[in-house]
Design a protein around this ligand. Structure first.
Ligand code: IPE
Ligand code: IPE
Ligand code: MG
Length: 251
């Protein structure tokens, strides 16, 4: 399946293929995975990073064009400082260790979220990684870090306002290019591991017509076979985008 680029599910009816073009995942359950093994929470995060590598490779092999992973929400700063610091450390380590492999595999890496709050070293690594992989086209891996759906909508609106100081109205088509995910089609498939059935301020705008898959499997246990289960479920969905089943069958 090739990447057909951005297409708004509310302005036009998107094309639907056998393989989702864009999969977005809330990687949840690291803490509970560790706790059930009497390990510190951070052991779950470390194991979670290893799963990221496996799932990225699985997505490439399945022809998925965009994978977006929620790594740290704008609300995760509320966690104990020790855990937040460890997550920042893991993020730095993951970039240092994995980016050359991503580059070799033709993967473009993007980080979305409010990066200003990150340590300077992390901000620097993010810029370098994005620049190195900018020309790659096999898969776009977007990591949402210090990201919140409400933050995204507001930063987009403020940027638009800056460009159009005298405007009194905004249209969807004019607004969408300012959002962090403007270059990607909307997610076809959303996966949340860890059993919770909520969006937790992830891609609020972009999930308008996304199929939502919730699994009790904890992120450190989510392997390629679990991804295939989610994709098989996705294939069973009838994506109507407001139309009736009869219209779909006759069209
Ligand atoms: C998700 O796992 C990782 C992050 C939010 C960084 P959690 O740390 O939320 O794991 P649980 O939900 O406590 O099990
Ligand atoms: C959502 O998980 C954010 C990430 C996975 C990065 P949380 O575990 O923080 O979500 P809540 O707080 O349970 O909703
Ligand atoms: Mg959680």
């Amino acid at each position: 399946m090739t990447d057909t680029g951005p297409c708004s599910s509310t302005l036009a009816i998107p094309e639907v293929g056998e393989v989702p073009r864009h999969v977005a995942i809330i990687m949840d359950g690291n803490g509970r995975w560790a706790k059930s093994r009497m390990l510190p929470r951070v052991a779950g995060h470390t194991k979670g990073v290893a799963r990221v590598r496996e799932i990225v490779e699985a997505c490439v092999l399945r022809g998925i064009a965009h994978l977006t992973l929620f790594a740290f929400s704008s609300e995760n700063w509320r966690r104990p400082a020790e855990e937040v610091n460890k997550l920042m450390e893991l993020f730095v380590q993951a970039l240092e260790r994995e980016v050359s492999r991503l580059h070799r595999n033709g993967i473009r890496l993007r980080i979305i979220g409010d990066k200003a709050r990150f340590p300077a070293r992390l901000q620097h690594l993010i810029r370098e990684s994005e620049q190195l992989t900018a020309g790659n086209g096999r898969l776009t891996l977007t990591v949402a870090a210090n990201y919140g759906g409400r933050w995204d909508i507001l930063q987009a609106f403020n940027a638009w306002l800056h460009d159009h100081p005298h405007a009194t109205q905004i249209s969807e088509a004019a607004f969408a290019p300012y959002l962090s995910m403007a270059d990607a089609p909307e997610p076809d498939l959303f996966i949340r591991t860890g059993g919770e059935q909520r969006i937790s301020n992830f891609l609020l705008w972009q999930l308008a017509y996304t199929e939502l898959y919730f699994t009790p499997v904890l992120w450190p246990d989510f392997d390629a076979a679990e991804l295939d289960r989610a994709i098989a479920w996705y294939r069973q969905r009838e994506r109507r985008f407001g139309r009736t089943s009869e219209q779909l069958r006759s069209g």
